[in-house]
Write a protein that binds this ligand. Sequence first.
Ligand SMILES: C[S@@+](CC[C@H](N)C(=O)[O-])C[C@H]1O[C@@H](n2cnc3c(N)ncnc32)[C@H](O)[C@@H]1O
Length: 246
Amino acid sequence: MDKNYWIKKSGQDGNIIWRPGRSLGLKGAMGRIGNIARNVEEILKNKRKIKILEIGAGFGRALLELKRKYGDKVEVFGTNYEKDWNQKLTNEYALDQGFKKKDIPKIYMGFDAGKKLSFKSSSFDFVFCQATMQYISDRALFIEEVNRILTNHGLAVLELQEFRDDHPKKYKKMVEIWQDKKQIDFLRYLKKFSNLKIKKSRGRDWHYLIIKKSEGFKLNLKLKKVINVEKISSKYWGIKVLYELR
Ligand SMILES: C[S@@+](CC[C@H](N)C(=O)[O-])C[C@H]1O[C@@H](n2cnc3c(N)ncnc32)[C@H](O)[C@@H]1O
């Protein structure tokens, strides 16, 4: 990610102002990927204790809120790409925002989700990702990898951000699939897989993906091109990716 994001500032009365876009929490998740607390409750019906991972956790607000809500029934983990977005920062944020030390998630920083994920298969019961996938280069690999790290009855919800109407025509579709010089619609392609479900993010141009663990699931897409549209204009968001059907 190239945009020069500030992390925190000093307010007038000496308080810390935390960058709001990095602390979306459960409320922020609602419009983007639905009611994730409800997802957690569904999974808890079949398992007494579950592991939760957020890819692109920011300050970890959503994880902190889940931990505060479900206590010992959940273990929470998060990842961030930037080295500054580390455990120390999450600890500082959590305590400043009135969360308890015991609710603080473990944060893996320097984590690039466009590569094979550094977690063992069947590690997490619930994986979620909000306001992040637009920065991940190989999104097809990411979807497959999230499926791999899910436990047997695991579930994932990922905000796709596959379309941005505020971009010029050339960059509105943020994911393209091509076969023999013909374009295949990305969402229609995903709908072919019985373990995937697509839902609309509320009040946004794009959708989110629900993944139910499926052993050996492959999207059969080969990454051909990656275009960082933020380098073309600072008004644009994320990375556009082009795939070829294998
Ligand atoms: C706008 S923030 C989202 C904040 C967070 N979801 C929240 O609720 O506060 C974007 C997130 O994407 C992560 N990110 C950026 N590039 C990434 C990459 N290549 N792989 C994985 N995560 C990435 C950043 O570290 C950051 O956590």
